[in-house]
Design a protein around this ligand. Structure first.
Ligand code: GLN
Length: 524
C-alpha cells in the first residue's frame, strides 16, 4: 500500500496531473483494473471486507447506483466515477486503508477465534428474578463490533433481542449530564465505587448515592432528566437518544412485559428510592425539588426494558468510542466531555462488584446488564457488545467475561497497554499523525466533490473552515467554483464561514459564482 501511495504522490507532483486526473489515477490504482474494465464485485468485496456493511447509510447511494444503474459486471471509469460521486472521501479512506483497523479482515478472524473458543465454555445461570429473563434462551451468544470509522462485524446470535437493563444507567447519566452541568448532577450523586452490591440500600457519607451506575444513583440521575416535562415526553426523549446513538440501524424497542415484571418485583428499588427521599428531610441532599417518585421509578424500569440486539447496541458503543459522534450518521449525540465522564464512571463502576478486577485485568470501560449484555468502549477505537444470558455469581455474563479476558490477552486494548507491546497485537493505524493537515486536505477535497455528508462530519470535528491554501483560496471558494449549491448553502448558513476572504487574485468566493443566480442569492 505504501508503495502505491508513493507512486500516487509522485503523480501529484507531476504538472498537468492535478485534481481530476489524480482522482482517476488514485482509484484505478486501488481498484487495480484498467479504466474500461473495472470489476464491480472486486470493489464491493474491498468495501465489505473492510467492515462497511450493506446497510451503512454512508454508502447506500453508491451501492444503489452500482447495483441498479450499471448492469454489467464490468464498468468503465466514467460509470464508476458517476457511482463514487458524493462518496469520494469515505471511499478513498477505504481503498487507501486509512481506517482505524486497516486489516479488518485479519482482525475479525481473531475475534472469530475468540468467539469460537468461548462459545464452548459453560458456566453461570440465567437471571430468574422475573419470568421474562428466566425464559431467555441460555444458548444464545453473539458479539458485535463497530469501530469509530463505522467498520462493523457481527458473529453469532447478533439479531437476538434482549432488554438492556443496567446498561441504561450509563446512557441516563450521559443524558442528565448533557441537560445539566456536571456540578449540578453531582450535587445529587457521587463519583466513587460503592464497594457494595449494585442494588444495596446505601448512601455515601453525604447522603448521596455513591455513583450513577448502581441502582440508587441510576434512579437519581433518571429523576434529573427533563423533570419539568410529562412522563411520556421524558420517555420519548430517552428513546430518541438511543435511536440517535444507534444511527437507525436495527430497532430500538421496548419490552412491556419486562417493564411490568420489573415494576411488580421492585420492592428493593422502591426501598432505595424512599430511603433517598427520606434524606430530603434529614439532610440537604435527596431528590431534586418536585420529584415524582413513582414516575421516576417507572421511567427507570422503562429504561431497563428498552430492547435491542448486539448489532444495534454495538453502534451505541461505537458512538461512545468516537467521542459522542455516531460513526455512521456523523451526528453528535453527546459532547466529548460528557462521554469522558460516562467512560470514567464505566471504568470504575460498570461491572458490579467485579469493576476493580475488570479495570485491572481488562482495562476497558464497560457496562453490564442482568439480561446478559456487556457493552465495552475502547476509546478512540471501537465499541464491542457481547450477549449471553448466563450470568456468573457476580451478575456479569459468564461467556461475556470469558470473551473479554481473551480479547485482553490478544490485543493491546487495556487502556494502559503499551503500543509497543511485544506480546499483544496492535491492530491500529497511527492515523492521527498530521491530523490537522489531513483533515484540511480532506475538507478541500470534500468541497470539490460535493461530499456534503463528510463536510458535516468535519464541521462536527471542529476543523477550521476558514483555512486558505497556497493560493489563499478557502473551501468556500472551491464549493462555489464547482457550483455545489447545497454545500455552499451549508457553508454559509450552518458553518457561517467567512465569505469575505480574498484569494491571491483578489477574488472573494462570491466572485466565483459566475452569474449563477442560485449561488448569488445565497450571498444576499
Ligand atoms: N432492572 C434491574 C434493577 O433495577 C437492573 C439490574 C441490572 O441489570 N443489574 O434491579
Amino acid at each position: 500500500m505504501d508503495d502505491k501511495w508513493t507512486k500516487i504522490t509522485h503523480c501529484l507532483l507531476e504538472k498537468n496531473h492535478i485534481r481530476i486526473p489524480i482522482q482517476k489515477r488514485f482509484f484505478l490504482y486501488f481498484v487495480e483494473d484498467d479504466e474500461t474494465n473495472i470489476q464491480k464485485e472486486k470493489i464491493i468485496d474491498v468495501i465489505t471486507s473492510s467492515g462497511f456493511l450493506k446497510d451503512d447509510p454512508r454508502l447506500s447511494v453508491f451501492r444503489q447506483r452500482l447495483k441498479t444503474l450499471v448492469k454489467s459486471k464490468q464498468i468503465n471509469y466514467e460509470e464508476f466515477s458517476y457511482c463514487i460521486d458524493n462518496h469520494i472521501s469515505i471511499l478513498k479512506k477505504i481503498f487507501q486503508k486509512d481506517i482505524i483497523i486497516p486489516d479488518f479482515k485479519g482482525f475479525c478472524e481473531k475475534i472469530k477465534d475468540i468467539y469460537e473458543q468461548t462459545k464452548i465454555k459453560e458456566g453461570g445461570s440465567v437471571a430468574d428474578y422475573i419470568p421474562q429473563l428466566k425464559q431467555q434462551d441460555p444458548t444464545k451468544y453473539g458479539i458485535s463490533i463497530c469501530t469509530i470509522d463505522g467498520q462493523r462485524f457481527n458473529i453469532g446470535d447478533t439479531k437476538y433481542k434482549y432488554s438492556i437493563q443496567s446498561c441504561c444507567k450509563t446512557i441516563n447519566y450521559g443524558i442528565a449530564l448533557e441537560e445539566h452541568n456536571p456540578e449540578y448532577v453531582h450535587t445529587f450523586v457521587g463519583r466513587e465505587p460503592s464497594g457494595q452490591s449494585f442494588n444495596e440500600i446505601t448512601l455515601n457519607k453525604e447522603g448521596k448515592p455513591h455513583n450513577p451506575l448502581i441502582n440508587a444513583g441510576a434512579i437519581m440521575t433518571t429523576s434529573l432528566i427533563q423533570k419539568e416535562k410529562t412522563h411520556s415526553e421524558r420517555y420519548d426523549h430517552i428513546m430518541n437518544v438511543w435511536k440517535d446513538l444507534s444511527g437507525g440501524i436495527g430497532e430500538v424497542g421496548f419490552n412491556n412485559s419486562v417493564f411490568l415484571s420489573e415494576k411488580n418485583t421492585a420492592d428493593r428499588n422502591f426501598a432505595i428510592a424512599y430511603f433517598m427521599k427520606e434524606t430530603n428531610s434529614t439532610k440537604t441532599i435527596g431528590f431534586p425539588e418536585n420529584t415524582n417518585l413513582h414516575q421516576t421509578l417507572d421511567l427507570y424500569f422503562q429504561c431497563c426494558s428498552i430492547e435491542l440486539n448486539t448489532e444495534t447496541m454495538a453502534i451505541v458503543a461505537g458512538t461512545l468510542a468516537n467521542g459522542g459522534i455516531n460513526p455512521l450518521t456523523g451526528k453528535r449525540i453527546f459532547q466529548e466531555e460528557t462521554v469522558k465522564q460516562m467512560l470514567s464512571m464505566m471504568l470504575m463502576c460498570g461491572m458490579y462488584d467485579y469493576s476493580g478486577e475488570f479495570a485491572f485485568k481488562i482495562g476497558i470501560p464497560a457496562k453490564s446488564g442482568v439480561a446478559g449484555a456487556i457493552m465495552l468502549v475502547i476509546p478512540n477505537v471501537m465499541g464491542i457488545v457481547t450477549f449471553s444470558p448466563r450470568l456468573d455469581e457476580i451478575g456479569n455474563s459468564y461467556k461475556g467475561i470469558e470473551f473479554c479476558k481473551l480479547l485482553g490477552q490478544t490485543f493491546n486494548f487495556h487502556i494502559f497497554d503499551s503500543f509497543q507491546s511485544e506480546t499483544k497485537i496492535n491492530p491500529l493505524v497511527s492515523r492521527y499523525q498530521n491530523n490537522t493537515i489531513n483533515k484540511q486536505t480532506e475538507l478541500y477535497e470534500a468541497c470539490k466533490h460535493n461530499d456534503l455528508e463528510y463536510v458535516k462530519i468535519l464541521f462536527q470535528r471542529g476543523v477550521d473552515f476558514n483555512v486558505t491554501d497556497y493560493d489563499k483560496r478557502t473551501p468556500l471558494h472551491v464549493a462555489v467554483c464547482e457550483t455545489h449549491i447545497e454545500l455552499v448553502k451549508y457553508l454559509l448558513q450552518v458553518v457561517k464561514v467567512n465569505k469575505h476572504i480574498q484569494d491571491r487574485w483578489g477574488h472573494t468566493p462570491k466572485d466565483e459564482a459566475n452569474n449563477n443566480q442560485k449561488l448569488l442569492e445565497l450571498f444576499q
